[in-house]
Design a protein around this ligand. Structure first.
Ligand code: GDP
Ligand code: MG
Length: 174
């Protein structure tokens, strides 16, 4: 049903096991639409975002179409169709793996190469498994400031900051 909300395609990107599917599940309360496009090896979930700012700035109503690569696929395997018409991206890093924070930059480079520049945010997931001391905040802040985009520390397991992440990307694409 068309309820008039603009729909935006969000690419959910990150290495295998970083928590892409878990973050989406946490965000949409286990509601999954995986009937569509299984031949392309992706799941698509829908999430409505409504934000009210009391007149300070324009309210946001948007429906996010979250594209999640199913299974274990490397960057090279990913089809063009996955990226096509992407309005924004969530790039996910696994905070328990130090190199993953740097490596996750490859996902946005790949995206830029395939479809050009789109708005995106970084999410550092599995925050529940790391202590402040483990985190290389210098690397995280450097990456965030270089791309001028937030790097949100989140836990898909406990729901910490997961809504914030989806609201942040909604603001960027709305
Ligand atoms: P994907 O391959 O990127 O879709 O990753 P999954 O969502 O399948 O998650 C990979 C593994 O990490 C699973 O065993 C999840 O239960 C686990 N996981 C995902 N997010 C978190 C998190 O925030 N905290 C913890 N402790 N485990 C997580
Ligand atoms: Mg997955």
């Amino acid at each position: 049903m068309d309820d008039g909300k603009p729909r935006k395609k969000i690419l959910v990107l990150g290495d295998y096991g970083v928590g892409k599917t878990s973050l989406i599940k946490q965000c949409i309360n286990e509601e999954f639409d995986d009937q569509h496009l299984t031949t392309l090896g992706v799941n698509i979930a829908l999430k409505e975002i409504s934000m009210r700012f009391g007149g300070e700035k324009a309210d946001i109503d948007v429906e996010l179409e979250l594209w999640d690569i199913a299974g274990n696929k490397g960057i090279a395997d990913i089809k063009r169709e996955f990226y096509k018409d992407g309005d924004g991206a969530i790039i996910i890093a696994d905070l328990t793996k130090e190199n993953n924070i740097i490596d996750c930059e490859n996902w946005i480079k790949t995206t830029y190469q395939i479809i050009g520049k789109i708005p995106f945010i970084f999410v550092g997931n599995k925050y529940d498994l790391v202590s402040e001391d483990d985190l290389n905040m210098e690397k995280i802040q450097e990456l965030a400031s270089r791309y001028n985009t937030p790097f949100i520390l989140a836990s898909a397991k406990f729901g910490d900051n997961t809504n914030e992440a989806f609201h942040e990307i909604a603001q960027k694409v709305a």
